[in-house]
Design a protein around this ligand. Structure first.
Ligand code: FE2
Length: 289
């Protein structure tokens, strides 16, 4: 097993685990180059969500279609009032999601590295299924805050099994918007679920009013990590990341894994077409050095 007994113990105690040097720097570089290629090929005019009063409905549709697609999402502040980009397209994207791991060969190979598969097995995921993938840019000055949340809100299973495998493709610091996590916070209840609304679009279903840990308070700690570090995040763990106030980007990649033995509800926002079912780690990649 790739994780030691003490690492598994720390994971169970804290609800997260930092694994330095898990991914080779060259593999990080390859993924970053591929993401750059996807952005270069992306035509922003295909996303009409910022120019009409039907913004919410259109963005809902684009978002909901991204579960089995490779879709680019802009930062909230990317556009000037006249609809033009404030800065270069490559510095305006918030993230790419959510089926990179199944549709793009470079991401497929990266997501199915033995180190990720073995880490999933180490923490007891019996029948791992790769559910969604996100490439996060967190660009200098424009990279926005991700408010405190639990991943099970968005990726619910019964019982709850989702685990995030977050990989730093660049050094992450407080200045450029690293992750912050609440040690032991995975023992707090799920606050809400993000579900499909029967009348269209999505909505939050409130489950519990337990307060979130406050940014700046001692119960939320920064996870400053080097490039190539893998951070495992329990689905109930409250975590947060700040805006990027620095001049350096903070690229990262997350693949979320669920246990196929759990029920995957039809009201989850992320639904796959029948011809693209969730897959496990079966096609393990053999990457070069
Ligand atoms: Fe998250």
């Amino acid at each position: 097993m790739v994780l030691s007994a003490s690492q598994v113990k720390a994971w169970e105690r804290d609800g997260f685990l930092v694994v330095p040097n898990a991914i080779k720097p060259a593999h990080c570089d390859r993924l970053m180059a591929r993401a750059q290629g996807i952005v270069e090929d992306f035509d922003p005019s295909t996303v009409s969500v910022f120019s009409t009063h039907e913004q919410t409905r259109a963005s809902d549709a684009y978002f909901l279609a991204s579960g089995d697609a490779i879709s680019c999402f802009f930062e909230e502040d990317a556009f000037a009032p006249d609809g033009t980009l404030r800065q270069d397209k490559s510095l305006s994207i918030n993230k790419i999601g959510h089926a990179l791991h199944d549709l793009d060969p470079t991401f497929d190979e990266f997501s199915r590295q033995p180190v990720i598969a073995e880490a999933a097995a180490s923490i007891g995921i019996a029948d791992p299924k790769l559910l969604q993938s996100m490439y996060i840019f967190k660009s200098p000055r424009i990279g926005g805050e991700v408010t405190c949340h639990q991943d099970s809100t968005f990726l619910f299973t019964d019982p709850m099994t989702v685990v995030g495998f977050w990989i730093a493709l660049q050094d992450a610091t407080v200045e450029n918007g690293c992750l912050w996590a609440q040690p032991g916070g995975h023992r707090t209840p799920l606050r809400k679920r993000f579900v499909l609304d029967p009348v269209g679009g999505t909505r939050f279903e409130i489950l519990d009013d337990t307060p979130w840990p406050e940014p700046g308070a001692t119960d939320l700690i920064p996870l400053e990590v080097r490039k190539g570090t893998m951070v495992l995040l329990h689905g109930l763990l409250p975590h947060w990341s700040d805006v990027n106030r620095s001049e350096r980007s903070r690229h990262s990649y997350t693949v979320h894994v669920i246990d196929g033995t759990a029920e995957y509800p039809p009201e989850n926002w992320l639904q796959r077409k029948a011809d693209l079912p969730f897959r496990g780690f079966a096609r393990l990649a053999t990457l070069g050095s």
